[in-house]
Design a binder for this molecule. Structure first.
Ligand SMILES: O=C(O)C1=C[C@@H](OP(=O)(O)O)[C@@H](O)[C@H](O)C1
Ligand SMILES: C=C(OP(=O)(O)O)C(=O)O
Length: 397
């Protein structure tokens, strides 16, 4: 059996939260294993920028978290902008919430979308209501600045809460650095604090990046993959990949100290049909869809209402590209169903629509049949070493 060892960099979600907190709390945190990805670079660059126009390119977390961050930087006026796609990703819920709290944010081009003009000022109010069904990043953005407000913040969430583990991640990070929070039913409360203690924070590696190695393991003949610095008890939503692949795709995960090993379970009985709610972990929907396609297992995923406002409309992108390769897909606004898998159509050119996860989720299919991934460098948004790591499996771009 071939054994491969992979070293991933830190979680992009954890890294981008900690960078904002570090900036708010005078660099009290000594961060280790920070993500090397482009979205984290964009966050670092924005936080140290002295410019008036700050461009965060494709980074959703940077756009949302920095909107809140800059709104409380007194005496600083900036324009926060991003890529063409970022200007299509909605931000009104967060802007309305911050303005209701006392911030001064306006739209430079289209109402409800970046770019934003943010006039930093002291925020006076400390209770807010906002819809929770569009993006958890709006809620995280508010949580990150909450302890810096004089009276802290109470956030009342309305409707279904999407991507909830990401909110839990934010609150657990706040707790770890000494900020008191509570999250009960639909109400989050965060207490004010002036300073946090000087401390080290070691960032767990990125489970979303690990998901592509799970897919490779599932589509390979016989592989054992070791991935460093991933934990059973993780802050990350996409840790769920281990459970999904164990249950449906026959991949066993062993958690050792500081490292996991994954391999195929012998004589695994694959299901005839898979049904999954992905509302907690939207970023691995593409990985799971492609593994199911490669293994020829029909699958229905629900809870995907946020996929259409990510780097691209991921539901349409998945349908288009899977159908090119021989699948039959039906989508709605919030679901994806791979109904039939005909014979694989080789040598297709896979469009990536500027979405890193389209490139990375389709790449493992090359273990089964040849295909070409267009604009392979999009992977840098979250996983700079992706193609280098895939060379170890003989997968090239
Ligand atoms: O808070 C975070 O770090 C993230 C939250 C999720 O976004 P939504 O809450 O918009 O689904 C996820 O898709 C994104 O990649 C990262
Ligand atoms: C959706 C993603 O990122 P963001 O929303 O932060 O741009 C992602 O990484 O899949």
């Amino acid at each position: 059996m071939k054994e491969i060892s992979i070293n991933l960099s830190g979680s992009k979600s954890i890294s981008n939260r900690l960078l904002v907190l570090n900036s708010l709390f005078h660099n009290s945190l000594q961060l280790q294993n920070l993500s090397k990805c482009q979205d984290t670079y964009m966050m670092e660059r924005a936080l140290s920028s002295k410019e008036q126009i700050i461009d965060i390119y494709h980074a959703g977390t940077a756009m949302r978290f920095l909107t809140a961050y800059f709104s409380i930087q007194e005496n600083r006026n900036i324009i926060l902008t991003g890529s063409h796609r970022m200007k299509e990703r909605p931000i009104k819920i967060l802007v309305d919430a911050l303005n209701q709290l006392g911030a001064h944010i306006s739209y430079v081009e289209n109402e409800g979308f970046p770019p934003l003009e943010i006039k930093g000022k002291k925020i006076n109010h400390n209770v807010i209501h906002l819809p929770a069904n569009i993006s958890s990043q709006y809620i995280t953005a508010l949580c990150l600045i909450a302890a810096k407000l004089d009276k802290g913040l109470t956030i009342n969430l309305e409707g279904k809460i999407t991507s909830k583990p990401y909110i839990n991640m934010t609150l657990q990070i706040l707790n770890k650095i000494g900020i008191i929070t509570s999250f009960y039913q639909n109400k989050i409360s965060i207490e004010p604090i002036n300073e946090v203690k000087k401390q080290d924070f070691i960032i767990e590696s990125d489970w979303s990046s690990a998901s592509y190695h799970y897919s490779i393991c599932a589509l390979s003949k016989d592989l054992k993959i070791r991935i460093k610095y991933l934990f059973k008890d993780s802050l990350q939503a996409d840790r769920k990949i281990a459970d999904i692949y164990q249950k449906y795709f026959g991949i066993n995960t062993l958690f050792h100290e500081n490292v996991i090993t994954i391999n195929k379970i012998e004589n695994f009985q694959y299901p005839n049909f898979i049904e999954l709610d992905m509302n907690d972990c939207p970023d691995i929907a593409q990985t799971v869809a492609i593994t199911a396609f490669g293994l020829r297992i029909p699958i229905k995923m629900t809870g995907l209402e946020t996929l259409k406002i990510k780097e691209t409309d991921r539901l349409i992108a998945l349908k288009n590209e899977i159908e090119k390769c021989g699948g039959n897909v039906e989508i709605t606004d919030c679901s994806f169903e791979l109904k039939r898998i005909n014979s694989f159509r080789e040598n297709q050119i896979i469009e990536t629509y500027n979405d890193h996860r389209m490139a990375m989720s389709f790449a493992p299919l090359q273990l089964l049949f040849p295909l070409t991934i267009k604009n392979p460098n999009v992977v840098e948004k979250s996983y700079v070493e992706f193609w280098n790591d895939l060379k170890m499996y003989g997968i090239k771009h």
